[in-house]
Write a protein that binds this ligand. Structure first.
Ligand code: MN
Length: 293
């Protein structure tokens, strides 16, 4: 029997594989809810990840008509297709392939997200990132980040990394956020390559494979699968691809605060949700003044 204590592994292991739940939201948009409500505590500060990939316009044409949010941030990242958004302060923007929108709902706004195409592929993701209790009621803000404004680099092996938030291999991402310090990477791996990314010990992390398949610390992760990475003391994740693969890698510092969600509102307590419903009923969201992030 080996009585020596084992040092932490070099690389984070896969704790669990998640395939997500097919559902529809908005006006009949078919999507897969990959990060669902039961995983919010485990993946704190992330509240939701939706993946959508529809060829048939019937599955996306309705889009997401006017709806409110309060208490967190939404990050929309498009791979294919175009979404036009409008909000209650009169702002408008077009999200195109490879582009992102980072929206801080804060104290509340009403917006719509509608397809600007009637045919062809619509593919992308929406991630919800929580705000700490003391920032849930900040003035709403948003930023459109066109594809060309997302920093990226290519390694000597040909691995392409798009840095939406946080930093990777010395490249700062398009967005930096305090408190939760989110890392959000889109990684394109050629066959036979491995990508190593430092992730702070104690930060919750997951990857979502959206093309091909990969191996992480000996575990196979198939296409359209989320791997929750273990908080096992390892300071890095190593992702290996035998075939070409693409994936999102997401990590952040947990807030450790109570989570109270009612649909598009995420606060800390039931009383705050009740107040939110009263504010929405009283028209306070429509009057929001929205700033540039
Ligand atoms: Mn929305």
């Amino acid at each position: 029997m080996n009585t020596l204590s084992h040092p932490a592994a070099a690389f984070r292991a896969v704790e669990r594989l998640v395939h997500g739940t097919p559902t529809s939201d908005g006006a009949g948009v078919r999507l897969t809810r990959v990060l669902t409500q039961p995983l919010q505590r485990r993946l704190d500060p992330f509240l939701m990840l939706d993946a959508f990939r529809n060829e048939n316009p019937d599955d996306y044409i309705g889009g997401f008509p006017d709806h409110p949010h309060r208490g967190f941030e939404t990050v929309t990242y498009m791979l294919a297709g175009r979404l036009r958004h409008r909000d209650s302060a009169g702002h408008e923007g077009l999200l195109g392939p490879g582009g992102a929108q980072w929206m801080t709902a804060g104290s509340g706004l009403i917006h719509s997200e509608l397809p600007e195409q009637e045919a062809g592929l619509m593919e992308g993701f929406q991630l919800w990132l929580n705000l700490p209790a003391r920032h849930k009621m900040v003035a709403p803000s948003y930023r459109d980040i066109p594809s060309a404004a997302i920093p990226e680099f290519t390694t000597d092996d040909g691995i392409r990394v798009r840095v939406i938030a946080g930093a990777s291999h010395g490249v700062a991402g398009a967005v930096q956020r305090p408190d939760t310090e989110p890392l959000y990477l889109d990684v394109h791996l050629p066959a036979g390559c491995r990508f190593v990314q430092p992730i702070a010990v104690g930060h919750n992390a997951f990857t979502y494979i959206y093309r091909g398949s990969v191996t992480i610390a000996g575990s196979e992760v198939a296409d359209r699968t989320m791997a929750i990475l273990a908080n096992d003391g390892a300071g890095e994740v190593c992702i290996e691809a035998a075939e070409p693969a693409r994936l999102l890698l997401v990590a952040g510092r947990p807030l450790g605060e109570p989570i109270a969600q009612y649909g598009p509102f995420v606060m800390n307590t039931g009383e705050e949700i009740e107040q939110t419903l009263r504010d929405y009923r009283d028209g306070k969201f429509a009057a929001a003044v929205i700033q540039a992030l």
